[in-house]
Ligand binder design. Structure first.
Ligand code: BG6
Length: 470
């Protein structure tokens, strides 16, 4: 492929992505209610601590709630075209089941969005990213309860109405497939005796699919120009060997992710899933009109995160050679290096995922998360030499460019955590993704001052040249 001839399209949405609970802090300010993240001091893969006695880094985050103007000015300096953020549901509906929103919560996002628009940065809004009102867990049992659909609907309607004309890009649920990996974070689900209940999981997934389709419907009714996407954590899986059984194991593993985008993009439950449910003796309770709603309100684009790839093997001896990941562990790939957190680095996999998703759905793709979590060192002169991050991002952007050359339609790229924030899987600040260093550590100590890393200027150059100068 002649990469020189391949160009990123005009208007390509370069930028960064964050989630409210990982950076805002101010967890009780201006009427905000408690969320599931507020009781998850160890991160999304660990059980909650309802006593709230344990130190929780999310409570103060990096104080974006008060520093957003300073931070957005830095994003603007890098030339961001887009900024992906999420709305803390509990700022708008502190308990989740109120009928009227909390005006102060809406005002915060009004101001934040206006600040982005001041710099011509396109706001990209995730309605729900890894959190929900704790009260919906305690009083309703989370997403296994159908009532959650109308609470989410009210939440989504409030956002579409309020931000109409200012926000054009939305996503309904961040990494909707997280539900099966971290059920408390993904769906507010708690299981009796800690035993995973598949019936509840699939029921909760159905309610989220219906809620997501309703959001697409309402969003389009309120603002016909709104682009509303799904968002999955892509988990490309390779067969360990050319053994046919390994190939099928890889395909089956990928389907556990793709089933989510299949329903949200194609508008129906795939046969492979229905057969699987029958085998497991699971019946999803649906109401009249659910299937039509799914069918008639499919997403406009496919949003996804990409950090690493996975390997599936049927050989028992490989099952112990596991590597880490944000949502799940996998078999080690002998061809790949890993990050300090054990995530296998695979830029070519990004090209493959782009091609696979585009072949499957024929809808524009939006890469809304990608990045390297690493330990950074703030030098005495205030610099951070994060060449490893530049190398990681450069290699991935190159592969994204190749995917465009393959004919894949890609709307934008928002790298994860343009400013250091609290990690989701491990609730720490030791692991950093940003172009901007935040002086705060995992114990919550530090000045909270912001410093530009070496990657800051590098990313600025990438954006200014629309991906030509890497
Ligand atoms: C994605 C999430 O899975 O990965 C983000 O959408 C998360 O919320 C990101 O922060 C990186 O994971 P981690 O655990 O390193 O923060």
């Amino acid at each position: 492929m002649n990469l020189k001839k391949t160009k990123f399209p005009d208007g390509f949405l370069w930028g960064g992505a964050v989630a409210a609970n990982q950076l805002e802090g101010a967890y009780q300010a201006d009427g905000k209610g408690l969320s599931t993240a507020d009781v998850s001091p160890k991160g999304i893969m660990f059980p909650p601590d309802f006593s709230m006695k344990e130190f929780n880094l999310y409570h103060e985050g990096i104080d974006f709630y008060h520093k957003y103007k300073e931070d957005i000015a830095l994003f603007a300096e890098m030339g961001f075209k887009a900024f992906r953020f999420s709305i803390a549901w509990t700022r708008i509906f502190p308990n989740g089941d109120e009928t009227e929103p909390n005006e102060k919560g809406l005002q915060f996002y009004d101001q934040m969005i206006n600040e982005l628009l001041k710099y011509n940065i396109e706001p990209v809004l995730t309605i729900s990213h890894y959190e929900m009102p704790l009260s919906l867990v305690k009083n309703y049992g989370g997403w296994k309860n159908r009532k959650l659909i109308s609470f989410y609907e009210n939440f989504a309607r409030t956002l579409f109405t309020r931000f109409k004309g200012r926000v054009r890009y939305y996503m309904t649920f961040n990494e909707i497939n997280v539900l099966f990996h971290a059920p408390f974070t993904g769906g507010g689900l708690l299981f009796e005796n800690g035993e995973r209940n598949e019936q509840d999981l699939y029921q909760a997934a159905h309610h989220q699919f219906v809620a997501s389709a309703l959001a697409v419907k309402i969003g389009h009714e309120i603002d016909p120009t709104a682009q509303i996407g799904c968002m999955i954590a892509s988990m490309l899986t390779y067969p360990y060997s050319s053994k046919p059984e390994d190939m099928f194991a890889a395909l089956s593993q990928d389907r556990k992710t793709l089933v989510f985008s299949d329903v949200q993009s194609r508008g129906y439950y795939p046969t492979y899933m229905m057969n699987d449910l029958e085998d497991k003796g699971i019946t999803i309770h649906m109401e009249q009109g659910d299937l039509e709603l799914l069918q008639e309100n499919t997403v406009d684009y496919i949003g996804f995160s990409y950090y690493m790839s996975f390997v599936a093997s049927t050989a028992p001896e490989h099952q112990n050679e596991k590597t880490a990941g944000n949502l799940m562990a996998g078999v080690k790939n002998p061809y790949l290096q890993s990050s300090e957190w054990g995530w296998q680095i695979d830029p070519v996999g990004l090209r493959t995922v782009c091609n696979q998703l585009y072949d499957r759905y024929q809808k524009p793709l939006f890469i809304v998360e990608n990045g390297l979590g690493a330990v950074d060192k703030l030098e005495e002169d205030g610099t951070v030499n994060d060449d490893y991050r530049i190398d990681y991002l450069k290699a991935h952007i190159q592969e994204m460019k190749k995917a465009i050359g393959d004919g894949v339609e890609i709307m934008g790229y928002t790298s994860w955590g343009p400013i250091d924030l609290v990690s989701a899987s491990t609730a720490e600040l030791k692991k950093r993704y940003g172009f901007i260093y935040v002086d705060r550590d995992s114990e919550g100590k530090g000045s909270n001052k912001r410093y530009k890393k070496k990657s800051f200027d590098w990313y600025k150059k990438v954006i200014t040249s629309n991906g030509e100068d890497l």
